[in-house]
Design a protein. Structure first.
Ligand SMILES: [Zn+2]
Length: 455
């Protein structure tokens, strides 16, 4: 639809103005209130967005201030475009512009959310306005969903699904990257715990490391009540031992990496366990540290745990031991385990539970997000590939990733845009920006995609 391009170019100033209005609302998750479950600024941003939809002539729904949408066209089936209006905090280091300014200069619009994800969301809205203006009569309804809790747990879409929100027949989220992410590994974020009945001359009094399941820890520390000569028994690279009152402190260094690519890091908790097994530990403590050192250690593919699996599309299952904590004589381990895109929870989870139960651990927490895999021959992938190739002239190379995108939050979606191959990564960083040209290009691609999927 050539008219769409004309409309988008002719309304570029309006698009930028509306985006600036939204960027100026610092929609970081805040204190919940009855009318604003994710904080007042988040709710305000949703209200502002729905008002914009009204002005553009779309019917709108606000579902309990958690998620809203606008819709166009008629038909039994619905295709969805899922964006989000919440943002991560500004953080430090902004130099080019103020984080909540929406300042436009040097062909860029700056601000938290310009790329992730208010920019693409407003682009989608103008794409739909362009289709409407062109008189497009779709045979499937087109719904643009405005999520408000993507950055801090995706409870918006949990609410949507649990409260009768319609499931789209297909759709996409412009909250990933181009060309198309058609595979995402399944994610199990889980905690396993074991109570230690400590006996012998070596007693663990402290064991901790890491901050989140999805980050490979760069530091871990243990303290033991033990004989003074223990200090001499540990000799391991990147491990330091210091004498403390009544015992020793052992500190291990690692290399931080994202939990979806733990092989790029070095796990400080695993290294700490390896160091502690050099001590003449006894009983439960000996048992537990041996399990941790031998079954996990520095491994990231779950080989010794016996949970390794792989497929050609997405490679190996990965294990990231993100957090260790020790309290009330109980050691707890929090992990992010990601299994290949063509595998299932029923294949991966029982093996993991068995592995940990052999080490005396039981599962205390499990948050699962199923893998996504949309085959290249599916209608969704065929059509999005065609659109991408026509619009950019580049090949639509399909990609599987270990990370989870917003596409996981409701069925039948994949991530499509907004960032192009080779472009600078800037979401969640200082000086987040979107080139105004890229913004318009996104609107054009999204219009073509909605047209293909809904016609
Ligand atoms: Zn996002």
């Amino acid at each position: 639809m050539m008219e769409c391009k004309t409309y988008i170019r002719a309304h570029a100033d309006d698009l930028l103005k509306d985006l600036t209005t939204l960027i100026r609302i610092p929609s970081v998750e805040g204190e919940p209130t009855p009318d604003a479950p994710f904080g007042s600024e988040v709710a305000r941003c949703l209200h502002e967005t729905l008002a914009l939809c009204d002005r553009l002539g779309f019917r709108t729904v606000n579902m309990d201030n958690r998620v809203g949408w606008c819709e166009y066209g008629e038909g039994d089936e619905m295709i969805a475009v899922l964006g989000h209006l919440d943002v991560v905090p500004a953080g430090d280091g902004w130099q080019a512009a103020e984080p909540f300014s929406g300042e436009i200069k040097n062909g860029r619009i700056y601000g938290r959310g310009t790329m992730d994800d208010k920019g693409p969301t407003v682009a989608a809205l103008y794409a739909l306005a362009a289709l409407k203006d062109a008189g497009f009569v779709p045979s499937r309804r087109i719904r643009i969903l405005f999520g408000t809790n993507e950055e801090t747990g995706c409870q918006d879409m949990v609410w949507y699904l649990e409260h009768g929100g319609e499931v789209p027949v297909m759709g996409f989220t412009p909250d990933g990257e181009y060309p198309i992410i058609n595979g995402e590994k399944g994610i199990m974020n889980c905690t396993y715990a074991r109570k230690l009945n400590q006996t012998g001359a070596y007693r663990l009094t402290r064991f901790e490391g890491g901050t989140a399941s999805n980050v490979s820890p760069a530091y871990a520390v243990a303290e033991l009540a033990c004989p003074a000569e223990a200090a001499g028994k540990i000799a391991l690279d990147k491990v330091t031992v210091t004498a403390i009152d009544g015992g020793i402190r052992v500190e291990a260094e690692g290399v931080s990496a994202h939990g979806s690519t733990p092989e790029q890091g070095e796990n400080a908790i695993g290294r700490l366990a390896l160091a502690l097994t050099m001590l003449p530990l006894e009983g439960d403590l000996a048992d537990c540290m041996a399990f941790l050192a031998d079954r996990i250690g520095m491994e990231t593919r779950g080989e010794s745990l016996g949970i390794a699996m792989r497929d050609d599309l997405s490679g190996d299952l990965t294990v990231n031991l993100g957090v260790a904590a020790f309290a009330d004589d109980t050691l707890s381990l929090t992990l992010s385990v990601r299994y290949p895109v063509t595998k299932t929870y029923d294949e991966a989870h029982p093996r993991m539970e068995r592995a940990f139960s052999l080490g005396g651990f039981h599962e205390t927490k499990m948050k699962h997000k199923a893998a996504i895999y949309m085959p290249p021959e599916s209608e969704l992938i065929r059509k999005l590939s065609k659109v991408y190739e026509e619009q950019t002239g580049d090949k639509a190379v399909l990609k599987s990733i270990g990370g989870g995108t917003y596409a996981k939050s409701i069925p039948n979606l994949v991530a499509f845009g907004p960032i192009f191959p080779g472009d600078e990564i800037r979401e969640h960083k200082p000086d987040e920006y979107m080139e105004t040209e890229r913004l318009l290009q996104n609107a054009e691609i999204l219009a073509a995609a909605m047209y293909e999927l809904a016609k």
